[in-house]
Structures are given as structure tokens and as C-alpha cells.
Design a protein. Structure first.
Length: 218
């Protein structure tokens, strides 16, 4: 793993790096969070709600149905609620990130003083059998947003780990493919890591889109 370049999509404070890369010889390889579109779409929806509510109250005020004594507090109340929901949504997006080290993969969901949840996979206890890179729809292709679905084979069962709705999923998927291949080679195991093939050679990942495909998979 020493010859692998470190790829970081966001910077974490040193105390968080030390917390998540806590195993002997563990190094941070990748940190990323969800695409900004995941924040933009709810923000637009909340903005439309605030503007619509304000317009309705102004209409009632100009029509003489509602006096200024009531309309102004209602307008302030609407925007206070909208701002509060947006702050909560932003913090939920900001403190939701994915971390990859040379020993494990983590999904961290947290909100200061409210909740903290970590979903992790220890790489020395599993074997990656398939890695899918997926984009759904024209908008996702346009802004280069997609998900990476990793299938792990545990001794007793298989399970999936999804890195959902991140920026530049193909590049991140290739990076993870290289990492898993290096881990597999380090174990010197006989089974192939990848099940899909391209031009007679093992493929490191599979890219798929439901509509508006841009990539040829032949």
C-alpha cells in the first residue's frame, strides 16, 4: 500500500484523523462526502416554500384580510422555520462523510450534541468480490454524481457497502479498485478479485447508468 497515492476529497481535523485511523500502521487514503447537489435540492425546495408562504401572507395583507400586526410575525416565523430546517439539513450533510484507510472503510453520520453513528468494514476480515459504479439519470451524469456499491464476502455471508451520491464516482471507484487489488495481491490469494472482464483482462470496476449512458462497456 506504500506506492498508492493518497486521494482526499475533504480535509478532516487532526483529532478526527487520529480517531478514525487508530489501528497499527493505519493510514488515511480517501475522505469524501456526498455531492453538493444533495444539499442544493432541499435548499431550493425550502426557499420556494418560504417565498410562497411570504407571497400568500402579503396577498392577504394587501387584500385587507390580514393586518400587519399578524402578517409580519407570520412571515418572520416562516423564515425562521425555513432557516432552522436548512441549518439542520446543512449540518447533516456536512457531518456525513466517507473515510477509507488501508485497514477499513467507514461511513460517519453525526450531528454535534445530537447523534453519532459509524458504519465500518474491517478490510482484513472481508474480501471484495465486486465493485459497481452507478449513475442514475441525466442530472446525475451532468453534475458527475453517482454511487459506488462494494460487495464484500465475509466468512459467513455477503454484504454491500454503499458510498452514495458522491462527486466523481468513476475516479473514486478506480482508486478503490486499485486499493482492493493491492490488498488482494498482498494476501497472495488465488481467487480473482474482479468477476467482470474487458479485452481478456480482469476488470477493476463496473460502470452503469440507467439512462443517458456516456460510457461504453464493451
Amino acid at each position: 500500500m506504500n506506492d498508492m497515492n493518497v486521494r482526499k476529497g475533504l480535509s478532516l481535523p487532526k483529532h478526527l484523523c487520529a480517531r478514525f485511523a487508530s489501528l497499527p500502521g493505519e493510514q488515511m487514503l480517501l475522505t469524501t462526502r456526498k455531492h453538493w447537489l444533495e444539499l442544493l435540492i432541499p435548499g431550493i425546495g425550502m426557499g420556494i416554500t418560504g417565498v410562497s408562504g411570504t407571497a400568500a401572507l402579503l396577498f392577504l395583507f394587501l387584500s385587507g384580510i390580514l393586518s400587519a400586526v399578524y402578517s409580519l410575525p407570520f412571515i418572520i416565523g416562516i423564515w425562521t422555520v425555513v432557516a432552522g430546517i436548512f441549518v439542520f439539513t446543512f449540518l447533516s450533510w456536512y457531518y456525513h462523510y466517507y473515510i477509507v484507510t488501508n485497514r477499513k472503510i467507514l461511513e460517519v453520520r453525526s450531528l454535534p450534541y445530537i447523534y453519532y453513528d459509524v458504519n465500518d468494514v474491517l478490510l482484513d476480515q472481508v474480501r471484495c468480490t465486486e465493485l459497481d459504479i452507478k449513475q442514475d439519470g441525466f442530472l446525475a451524469s451532468l453534475v458527475n454524481m453517482g454511487s459506488i456499491i462494494i460487495t464484500f464476502d465475509r466468512p459467513t455471508h455477503q454484504e454491500e457497502f454503499t458510498i452514495a451520491n458522491i462527486h466523481d464516482p468513476e475516479s473514486v471507484g478506480i482508486f478503490l479498485g486499485d486499493m482492493f487489488e493491492a490488498i488482494q495481491q498482498g494476501r497472495q490469494t488465488a481467487p480473482q478479485l474482479w468477476t467482470k472482464e474487458k479485452e481478456g483482462a480482469p476488470r477493476r470496476y463496473r460502470f452503469s447508468e440507467e439512462i443517458f449512458p456516456r460510457y461504453k462497456l464493451s
